[in-house]
Design a protein around this ligand. Structure first.
Ligand SMILES: [Zn+2]
Length: 354
């Protein structure tokens, strides 16, 4: 019988099994890619762009216009995060600055939710928003997740009490935008297995692993609303919450012809699955809206164009400061007829003249 101890060390086995235990701080790790691949900076988009999802409350319209003019943004939709008088003033400020270049979406105001006349209050608020030119009303992720009614119970997205608000929006020609749930990783514990660990460490309030409501449940509630209001036009921000699983996004769009999605803040997710994402854009070219959801800056927009227009490989994605995860993205080289719709025409179809 051969004795193992007599076999000399196999250098190959030693090489392929060596592991490092290092204590470089994750925050200090900043590797630089050594890949030499073609890079195409897209200075100007191939067609004029309508940014259907941004937040400009604290910006100066003149500064924003300078950015828009430098990088081909024809029109920008400000989703205010203010409510009431403050929101109206912001809408008016942008309208005065450049009526053709800006449009507005209001923010669902939960103030007074404990009141018995909350629905009527909300309908009146919608009227005020419409008078100030709002093109839509946005229901943020707090709906279903943290907003509570007078009894202290979580308000469900499909709570029948909200139904008249959706119907009223349609009457006023407004779209209803939903940002429901968040990336899958936000519903997982913030630990070493979480692919968005650094982002969540920077924003612990974005973690919902202890939420009493699951992501799937939130999205199911929302879909009941789509079904119940076939005459309402809905826009789901952030690929409807399905950017890690585009087959689910496709199913949602197939089942609900009254729904479109924007892909704001999700190019990092889409650009790491470029083959699947490209197919998705080709198939749903009429249902996808361009949105940035990042402070208006020329370089940010150019990264979006590079993602949509080029076949570049492994480049930085547009992002907020804490980034989304430690990966890079690939371009999806959309054809002109798709680009034209995603950049501009789909948004034009939703916007009404003011
Ligand atoms: Zn947003």
């Amino acid at each position: 019988m051969a004795e193992a101890s007599k076999i000399p060390e196999d250098k190959f086995v030693a090489m392929v099994t060596a592991k490092a235990e290092v204590d470089l701080r994750l925050s200090d790790f900043a590797p630089r890619s050594q890949q030499k691949v073609a890079a195409h900076v897209v200075q100007q988009p191939r067609f004029p762009v309508i940014d259907y999802h941004n937040h400009l409350d604290s910006c100066d319209p003149r500064d924003v216009l300078r950015v828009m003019d430098s990088c081909g943004i024809e029109k920008l939709i400000n989703i205010t995060m203010q409510t009431g008088q403050a929101a109206h003033e912001i809408f008016d400020r942008y309208h005065r600055a450049a009526p053709d270049r800006f449009a507005a979406i209001g923010w669902m105001d939960w103030t007074g939710i404990e009141r018995s006349d909350f629905v009527q209050l909300s309908l009146d608020r919608l009227d005020r928003l419409a008078e100030h030119g709002a093109q839509g009303i946005k229901f943020w992720k707090d709906c279903g997740l943290t907003v509570r009614d007078a009894s202290g119970a979580l308000l469900r997205i499909d709570d029948e009490r909200l139904a008249p608000i959706f119907e009223k929006a349609a009457e006023l020609g407004m779209t209803v935008m939903f940002h429901t749930a968040d990336p899958d990783a936000f519903f997982d514990p913030i630990d070493r297995f979480n692919e968005r660990y650094e982002e969540l460490a920077a924003h612990p309030e974005w973690g919902f692993s202890d939420s009493p409501v699951s992501k799937a449940e939130l999205l199911a509630q929302r879909e009941r609303v789509f079904k119940r209001h076939p005459n309402v036009t809905f826009v789901c921000a952030h690929v409807g919450g399905y950017s890690e699983n585009l087959s689910l996004a496709a199913g949602m769009l197939d089942r609900n012809p009254n729904v479109s999605v924007d892909f704001s803040a999700r190019s990092p997710e889409l650009g790491r699955q470029p083959y699947t994402a490209r197919e998705f854009f080709l198939k749903y070219a009429d249902r996808i809206l361009f949105g940035a959801d990042l402070l208006p800056e020329v370089e940010m927009y150019r990264l979006y164009y590079r993602f949509l227009e080029t076949a570049d490989e492994y480049f930085d994605y547009p992002t907020h400061a804490s980034r989304q995860g430690r990966w890079n993205i690939y371009g999806i080289f959309l054809p002109d007829d798709v680009l034209r719709r995603v950049y501009r025409e789909n948004a034009l179809n939703l916007l009404k003249p003011r």
